[in-house]
Design a protein around this ligand. Structure first.
Ligand code: FAD
Length: 289
């Protein structure tokens, strides 16, 4: 099917893009990699009257760590995340997830900002950013605000972003000395959305767990942060029994639906297995750090 007709605007600066969004309001959509928006428009699930293309705006595609924060520009493509030296060296949860997003063609075009703004509960990066305690920066002609991921993700395909805002940057707290993490994804075949995905992040201090972050993909109406599982780990000894308890709590916090990828019961069981396995891997990498 062909999309409904729309007017295309190629913004050459952030200010121009924000002015366009402010003018057209709900009638406009930001176009980044187009990997989710264009299929939706072809199916007529979305019919924006105006597309504001942000791909040619300079300065939205950087990855840099400074002053205890990793700043990822919203236009960073999945492949650039996967190839980043700083992410490969210091952010194992992102490094593990990025090459598992979709397939090589989608990874060449799809952006981190588009993934988070799209808010697909089967999106991998939302869970990663929940586990890492990341925030997003939203800009409009009215100013700038920063929201934690947990507040940004509202519901299925719904975020706290307003029609006149652009997600410009993702901010991830830099890891402390003894931190580790990973992303485990169960998929039917390479390139598929997750049947179940689990992001894990652990910070160790004096032999105990200082902080634990967990994000769940594909097992609820949005990416889930199982807070009780995280709380069960914080301040505890990193033992197999504690990991098993946290995994049980994470599975309890999941609300998967039965579909072609498996039954709800199977998916919940896989959350339990993957959280336990992920915590063990994260612990090993934190201990070795
Ligand atoms: C075949 C296929 C397989 C896929 N598999 C996976 C997978 O396994 N895991 C996974 O996580 N994802 C998967 N995806 C989705 C992919 O990751 C997309 O790249 C991503 O969802 C959207 O990024 P985009 O840059 O293409 O955004 P677009 O399609 O351009 O935009 C998506 C939405 O976000 C909004 N938006 C985009 N950028 C901004 C911004 N900076 N500020 C405000 N709003 C913005 C748009 O208006 C639109 O509503 C798959 C996609 C395809 C086509």
């Amino acid at each position: 099917m062909l999309p409904a007709s729309f007017e295309y605007h190629r913004a050459s600066s952030l200010e121009e893009a924000l002015d366009l969004l402010s003018t057209f309001g709900e009638g406009a959509k930001v176009l980044a990699g187009g990997q989710s928006l264009i299929p939706l428009m072809k199916l007529r699930f979305a019919s924006p009257e105006h597309l504001v293309d942000v791909n040619h705006i300079a300065g939205l595609d950087g990855i840099a760590e400074a002053d205890g924060v990793l700043r990822i520009g919203s236009l960073v493509r999945h492949n650039a995340l996967a190839a980043s030296d700083v992410i490969g060296a210091r952010y194992p949860t992102i490094a593990a997830a990025a090459p598992q997003v979709a397939d090589p063609i989608v990874r060449n075009l799809g952006t981190i900002g588009g993934s988070l703004a799209h808010a697909d509960p089967a999106g991998d990066l939302g869970s990663v950013m929940l586990a890492l305690g990341a925030s997003v920066v939203l800009r409009s002609t009215r100013g700038e605000r920063t929201l934690p991921m947990s507040e940004f993700l509202v519901d299925t395909f719904e975020t706290a972003i307003s029609a006149d805002e652009i997600l410009t940057e993702i901010r991830v707290p830099a890891p402390s000395a003894r931190a580790g993490g990973t992303y485990l994804k169960l998929e039917r075949k390479v390139g598929d959305f997750a049947t179940v995905g689990v992001a894990v992040y652990l910070v160790l201090s004096n032999g105990t767990i200082e902080r634990a972050g967990i994000g769940l993909t594909g097992v609820g109406l949005k990416n889930i942060e199982p807070e009780q599982a995280e709380a069960a780990l914080a301040g505890a000894e990193p033992t197999e029994e504690r990991f098993a308890e946290a995994a049980r709590l994470a599975a309890e916090a999941s609300h998967p639906a039965s579909d072609v990828r498996g039954s709800a019961e199977y998916k919940r069981h896989m959350v339990d297995i993957y959280v336990r396995r992920g915590l063990s891997t994260a612990f090993d990498s934190a201990r070795a750090a």
